[in-house]
Design a protein around this ligand. Sequence first.
Ligand code: ADP
Ligand code: MG
Length: 240
Amino acid sequence: MIKVSNLNKKFGQLHVLKNINVEIEKGEVVVIIGPSGSGKSTFLRCLNLLEYPTSGEVIFEGIPITSKENNIDKLRQKMGMVFQQFNLFPHMNVIDNITLAPIKVKGMSKEEGEKTALQLLKMVGLQDKAYSYPKQLSGGQKQRIAIARALAMSPDVMLFDEPTSALDPEMVGEVLYVMRQLASKGMTMVIVTHEMGFAKEVADRVIFMDDGKILEQGTPKNIFLNPQHVRTKDFLGKIL
Ligand code: ADP
Ligand code: MG
């Protein structure tokens, strides 16, 4: 589904991604772990071109999206993204947050948009919040709405950048529960997270990033029980 070849990203003199090569299969759940500043967010953002790579290629569903003539908006519709800070529109209620893009970008009718939104709200367990505003919701509820909003575009891939890092501990579980459901339905997911229990249970593959490189990758068992690199061991020792 996604093929990344020789991906490099520099911010001025700072070389943040150093020749990344990786492939992600349809239906795969990939968890990315690694120290702060190792380039995890930048990598995710290069996948959907929120950051433009300095060099290298990203092929998504057979299309080299890094070549200039491609339609970035079309591509982004196919890749949902969920951020640490929710990024809901504060002046819009939940239904409007969810239906804005499908109506504007996909030309969905208001009725169809609302029908889809209500189904998604049911899936994330928040049907009763359809007409609430973001400020009336807890962090965990906001993040579940953000997931519903991304799903409303019917993406083929979901990218998550530390979706539970800004939450109070008691709200982490409800968000991971929704993500688990998505994974079990076969959604292709790339997830940056420090939730190792979740990674062990749900990930098909764990990638350890360090200093802009993929240092090692493997099944959760391999990475957590038998890490090969001293840097991986160090990192796991600090967070487990
Ligand atoms: P991680 O998500 O693993 O913590 P990031 O991808 O956010 O790492 O950042 C990797 C490095 O790139 C850090 O040194 C960070 O300061 C730098 N960086 C990230 N975004 C930018 C930017 N827009 N401009 C300049 N430097 C950036
Ligand atoms: Mg980050």
